[in-house]
Design a protein around this ligand. Structure first.
Ligand code: FES
Length: 69
């Protein structure tokens, strides 16, 4: 399995972002905080935001499917 590195400076991969979101992180800053770090260059901010949005959309869809059952 290939894990895409989202934040090169802090070595946070996509799985790490999803893990932070599952634990309650809802912003790129809170994802960094979850991993005990802060932005360095900040170039990953948008990519982290996209993963957060995707993860929240997928969990919302799953919740709707469960509610429909
Ligand atoms: S790539 Fe994330 S802080 Fe630089």
């Amino acid at each position: 399995m290939v894990l895409m590195i989202i934040c090169i400076c802090r070595r946070i991969n996509e799985k790490g972002v999803r893990e932070a979101v599952s634990a309650g992180a809802r912003s790129p800053e809170s994802v960094q905080s979850y991993h005990g770090c802060q932005f360095n260059c900040g170039k990953c901010r948008c990519a982290i935001g996209e993963v957060i949005a995707e993860h929240l959309e997928s969990t919302a869809s799953a919740d709707l499917l469960v509610a429909a059952e």
